[in-house]
Ligand binder design. Structure first.
Ligand SMILES: Cc1cc2nc3c(=O)[nH]c(=O)nc-3n(C[C@H](O)[C@H](O)[C@H](O)COP(=O)(O)OP(=O)(O)OC[C@H]3O[C@@H](n4cnc5c(N)ncnc54)[C@H](O)[C@@H]3O)c2cc1C
Length: 337
């Protein structure tokens, strides 16, 4: 394992902003993990785990060591009734896992097509799209405690998954390196087509004609229309979470703004952050090279040479204007460094 110094993180974040890591290392095999933990132990530096950098905004250089997880591999652990258990190494690309699962006839991941990133980071914010979240197909994960170096298994309950949330993004943030994730997939295809965009896409179509390949292809088309293409325009996908407000507050909001969208979730009413942002006039706005994506105002973009600080300034202006107009605080979904 090689530890490099003063490395540019621009190729390692999908916002494509410049920031430098004081130290940087690439973890490719299990033995690298022990070595990097030893380095962190001997040099008391902050450590940052990096997958493919699609959920980060770097606003300054990183003074510690960036540990880039690059371990690959997918293994079928076995079957039980209608379930099949797939284990993937943390650095495996998410899309490679989906390709593998579909090729083998294992189902449940289709709606999570084209989410950039690696398997190891997927549980961190309980990735979700088109009516499915990671927790719906999750069995367990293995992670190493960065302080003690000890490995442990986290079950579904122990991960405390919520909307774009888990224990790894809350109380245990930065404490564990996830080394592998095990998924409980189905041997039978049972498509989830409840999401509005999918309903519209397949309107009038017989369900029997919607194969897993058709479904993934539909999601690809929908996503490519709405979201900037990774590698072409800098972004980290949705910059903000959809806020959840109380039923009472929602009713009050409705009386003032009859077009506000909201749907019931466990802890209240989730409302569309994209709608709030659009209402404040931000859709398609550009400040220098930092902008709000015209097709999806939840997404902030780097049109070329924006710095992380400039993108953060734009995000803060949006937060302030939504707060002033609606008394709702938008929370970033992206990890800001
Ligand atoms: C165009 C675009 C579209 C997107 N669409 C979606 C979407 O539909 N749904 C969605 O949920 N997200 C979406 N995202 C966000 C992003 O793709 C996911 O959050 C993804 O899981 C991040 O993966 P990554 O490997 O790039 O993680 P990174 O950005 O590298 O890291 C994200 C977080 O996970 C931590 N982390 C990474 N790997 C590990 C590990 N092995 N162990 C412990 N911690 C780790 C990091 O420290 C950081 O806190 C989108 C992003 C983009 C750019």
């Amino acid at each position: 394992m090689i530890i490099q110094q003063n490395i540019s993180l621009k190729p390692f974040n999908t916002f494509q902003v410049e920031a430098r890591a004081a130290f940087f290392t690439d973890v490719r095999q299990q033995s690298d993990i022990a070595e990097v933990l030893e380095f962190v132990h001997d040099n008391p530096l902050p450590a940052l785990i990096l997958g493919s950098g699609s959920n980060f905004l770097f606003t300054s250089d990183y003074p510690g060591i960036v540990i880039h997880i690059n371990t690959k591999g997918i293994e079928c652990l076995g079957e039980e009734n209608d379930k099949v258990y797939l284990k993937a190494e943390a650095g495996t690309y998410w899309e490679d896992l989906l390709d593998y699962a579909l090729q083998e006839g294992f189902y449940g991941l289709e709606n999570l097509t084209l989410i950039p990133g690696t398997v190891g980071s997927a549980p961190v914010q309980n990735i979700g799209a088109y009516g499915i979240e990671l927790k719906d197909v999750f069995h367990s994960l293995e992670a190493i405690d960065l302080k003690s170096g000890l490995s442990r298994i986290f079950t579904l309950d122990e991960c405390e998954f919520g909307y774009r949330q888990s224990i790894f993004k809350s109380s245990q943030k930065g404490c564990y390196m996830i080394t592998s994730v095990t998924f409980a997939l189905s041997k039978y295809y049972n498509p989830c087509l409840d999401y509005k965009d999918l309903k519209e896409f397949f309107e009038g179509r017989l369900i029997d004609t919607i194969t897993p390949h058709t479904l993934r292809d539909a999601i690809r088309q929908i996503r490519l229309k709405k979201l900037p293409e990774v590698g072409k325009i800098g972004s980290a996908g949705s910059f903000f979470k959809n806020p959840v407000i109380s039923e009472n507050f929602f009713q009050k909001l409705l009386s003032e703004f009859p077009h506000v969208n909201g749907f019931k979730v466990d802890n209240g009413i989730k409302i569309s952050a994209a709608w709030l942002i659009s209402q404040c006039g931000w859709k398609g706005c550009r400040q220098g090279d930092a902008g709000v994506w015209p097709q999806q105002p939840l997404v902030l973009v780097n049109y070329g040479n924006a710095s992380g600080k400039e993108i953060l300034q734009l995000a803060n202006k949006i937060i302030q204007s939504v707060e002033d107009r609606f008394a709702i605080h938008l929370e970033p979904e992206v990890n800001i460094i």
